[in-house]
Design a protein around this ligand. Sequence first.
Ligand code: SF4
Length: 685
Amino acid sequence: MANFCSRCGSLVFPGSDSCPSCGAYVSGESRTKQRSLTEIAAQRRPAPRTVSEEDMKAPYLPYEPRPSQLSIISDIREAMDAGRHIVIESGTGTGKTIVSLAAALEHSKPRNKKVVYLTRTISQSDQVMRELKAISSLKRVTGIAVTGRGKSCLLMRTVRGYESLPPQVLSSLCEEKKSKRACPYFNTLRDHMAEVESFCLSEFPKSDKLDEFCESLGTCPYEMKKLLMKGMDVVVAPYVHILSEDIRSNLLNNLDSDGGNLTIVIDEAHNLVDAAREQESFSISLRLVQSALDECSTIRGGDAMLCDGVMLVPFITHLKNLMRSLATSKLGLREKEALLEPRVIEGSFFSKFSIDRHRLEMCIDRLQDIGDNRTEILMERGENRVSELFDLAVALRSWMMTPDEKYVRTIKTGDDGEVLHAACISPSDVTSFLRKTKGVLHMSGTLQPLEQYVRTMMLPEDTVTRIYPSPFPKENLKVVYMENVTTQQKEMAADPSISSRIHRYIAKMCNAVDRNTLVFFPSYRMMHDLRPFLEEYVKKKLYWEEPRQLRRTMQSLDAFRKGRDGVFFSVMGGSVAEGIDFPGDELCFAIIVGIPYPPPTLESKAMSDMFDRMYGRGKGWEYVSVAPAVRKMKQAIGRLIRTEEDRGMAVIMDKRAARYVRELDCSVTRDPVGDVASFFGDQKV
Ligand code: SF4
């Protein structure tokens, strides 16, 4: 969420009381008027024309249908009616949110099913609530946007360090307060339920607006949403509500559902696979092991028996020594990670303590019990944190239970010292839940190749796939690639003139147009190396994405968007390349330096091997390297055209783009500077 000054419209960062541009004090009241970048962009776009009578072909579409919208709605509805999954790539301007809602509601309402609409970010959920409100002018429909307790708990936010409390701690604190009737916001729920419900039915508030409304009544927004969601047609929630097994089962409980009466819509689905992998991956850091060991000294007697003569302190000490010795033996001088053989950790415990797998599991169970007791004591003392012994037991159990064929196990070194890492390469929890659910829409503006998505998400065989191109005039977007440059390391090392050619071309192209330009580098390192040349030769106002400096980057971005002849230098896949709208003249020209293949890692290699084994030689490279690179380029190019009137051009500075001409809809250029100048009609070369 970005916040904006009510006086001058500049970006104000969360937690700041004053505007960095005009210095205006940002009061609580004006903060309520703060808007996200997506909202501002939405307001600048021409509003679609609404219809007064429902169109029988799409009874839940409140606007005059744009080209292809009716067929998208009917494709989605038909797939859902048949209980099938549908995976779609839908270009800019197809109205993804409204068509998916219109289709999902048309399918679900007559069947008394609920729509669960999953978004990656809260600002995307705001857009869903806006569209629901538009639909409500045509048909009776209800909806609510939910978030986690961490965002909505009124009681705990007064506690110091509230933001960093783990969800399970917040949850158990909340349960304890509720059971003792010690939370005043919980005790008033029933008194205000009718009032909050009618606010939801008439206003379709964004999640934070609903929180504010509940706060003004002195009642708990989180619990209120739980109560109200049962009666709503649409529940809008962040991804984590299906990715996390615990949160998903709470959601299903709150909806009185076993999944059978749900229609699921997954927005920006291209992010889901990585999010699911991340959710199922985990680590055991040496810092955690050491903290658990320190915690042992606080236990009465200093030690405890785990099982069959295995004592707590030697057990954890062995893990600590093992991690150190694995790091020493496996990692070379400059290496940051190394593969571990299957079951090397378990095997070491077997031989050290002369126990078998069953006994090891018993040791971990006992460790968890001890951790559980410690957590209770910590809570009673008001320390509000989970015992490290408990965390360690949970992680060790996961390490033992997760299957080798779906995990890559490594030892790494990092800021936390040595770390055992189990990276999930094939998420099975969320995929098996989705597989069982009938009528799921997976959609994104950049999801091709769709068959890869279907395979990695292990969707049913009868899944429908569709691609809908952008309805905007094709001539408004021109994409070309250069064939005399590349960022391929081997070629750059063999021919040092490539680097100087790259920066000279960037400078010439930037100077050739009087439009806002974004330059995407493949890495911060390359951007940093070329910066001195670009600062000397690009005769424009220059802005830079700063690594790990989101605040400064957003300030620069804000200034760039206000101007009309600046150049913003950023990194492909960073905060600017995806998720920020640049309507109209805010962005007209993009230069993509190199092909953004993901850097090779042990995990990506294992994933690539797995896909080769499963789907044939070459599929690994295609799925793990090519598809994400093409997707990133399409996301970057997609920043150029957000409305029917926008015109934009992109130049890809890498001859390897010739391999992706069809996917990127691009052609070769031998005179990029002249092409750019003539596209924008500026004869400045
Ligand atoms: Fe927080 Fe609501 Fe739980 Fe009270 S009931 S502790 S306000 S989440």
